[in-house]
Design a protein around this ligand. Structure first.
Ligand code: UDP
Ligand code: MG
Length: 319
């Protein structure tokens, strides 16, 4: 039987110090696995402006199993991961960060779970050494919100350190959306999953390139692309306000001008005006909710997600 190929994809942005380190470590792991597996390591240079391109060029010349893609500018890690998945040719593809926060020693464990039938093996962080309180709270809040309102459930602390079977990779390539978070989409795909728990190491060199603003943007984008609830809430609120103030206004008019109730008579013209205005604001919000329904429809068409994902097929065609 021919040896299976494992592709490793490593997106990076300005990691000149870490690339040689992660490369050495990976090489050791694959030397120990070489009887059963071949490997390819695909580095995706997400527009680095340090020495990493030259370092990588050297590595590519030394070792034919190293490949690399270089982006014209910084597109972000999610897009870099997608590019890696587009070009990887392995039977399984493993995504890993360049900063050594993901322990490479676990790779044989990932492979074993895959060989035992898992189609997606997800690395889940126990805790992240050296992560600030703000980031911890932020990520807790993000997972709470997305799992409460989103249509796709995302495992908290699940990282991008994951192995995907070739079928999953082929399915992933069919996504056409632009604002994307790779792990959210992989979770959406389904497939048989297994988890590997690990303690994230501290970053070896450099600082995290994902600053807080970028993370907040990514979180907002993910919430918006996985849920319409915020927009629909405006609609619900509008309906509630309009029905409440519509009824109140109606009763007031009857009380004041028809049955001359003394309580209703005590309302001034200004108060009536206020009720009318709130009623109309509610109407506007309700209409926003209606617009949300149309947007939902357009969004579903425009993001153009595949309608289904196939695991196996007896048809002789590429899934
Ligand atoms: N990265 C990237 N493009 C970017 C930012 C980061 O490819 O615009 C890479 C980075 O080099 C590293 C991985 O994504 O390999 C994780 O980034 P980082 O350590 O900054 O984030 P965190 O560990 O906080 O998730
Ligand atoms: Mg990191």
């Amino acid at each position: 039987m021919p040896k299976k190929i494992i592709s490793i994809i490593i997106p990076f942005f300005n990691e000149e110090k870490n690339i040689p380190l992660v490369y050495d470590k990976l090489l050791k792991v694959f030397n120990s696995l070489q009887e059963r597996y071949n490997y390819e390591i695909i580095f995706i240079d997400d527009g680095s402006v340090d020495k990493s391109p030259e370092i990588l060029e050297n590595l590519t010349n030394q070792n034919k199993n190293i490949k690399y893609l270089q982006f014209s500018r910084n597109f972000g890690k999610e897009i870099a991961l997608s590019a890696g998945l587009d070009v990887a040719s392995g039977d399984a593809v493993l995504m890993i960060d360049a900063d050594l926060q993901h322990p490479v020693e676990l790779i044989p464990g990932f492979i074993e779970k895959w060989q035992n039938g898992a189609e997606v093996v997800v690395g889940v962080r126990n805790k992240n050494n050296g992560e600030g309180l703000v980031k911890k709270l932020g990520s807790l809040l993000f997972y709470k919100i997305i799992n409460f309102i989103g249509e796709t459930k995302i495992t908290p602390r699940a990282t991008d350190y994951r192995l995907l079977d070739k079928k999953v990779v082929l399915a992933f390539r069919r996504f056409t959306e632009h604002g994307r978070m790779a792990r959210g989409l992989i979770d959406w795909l389904g497939f048989k999953r297994e988890y590997i728990y690990f303690n994230a190491n501290g970053r070896v060199n450099g600082t995290a390139c994902y600053d807080k603003i970028k993370l907040i943007k990514l979180a907002l984008n993910t919430i918006v692309s996985h849920s319409l609830l915020p927009l629909k809430l405006a609609g619900y609120l509008g309906i509630a306000i309009t029905s409440l103030f519509g009824t109140a206004g109606f009763l007031l008019l009857i009380g004041k001008y028809i049955i001359h109730n003394s309580f209703a008579m005590s309302f001034t013209g200004t108060a009536e005006l206020a009720i009318l205005i709130i009623f109309l604001v509610g109407l506007v919000l309700a209409c926003l909710g209606l617009v949300a329904l149309y947007i939902a429809n357009i969004k579903a068409e425009v993001t153009n997600r595949p309608n289904y994902v196939i695991r196996k097929s007896s048809f002789d065609r590429k899934i």
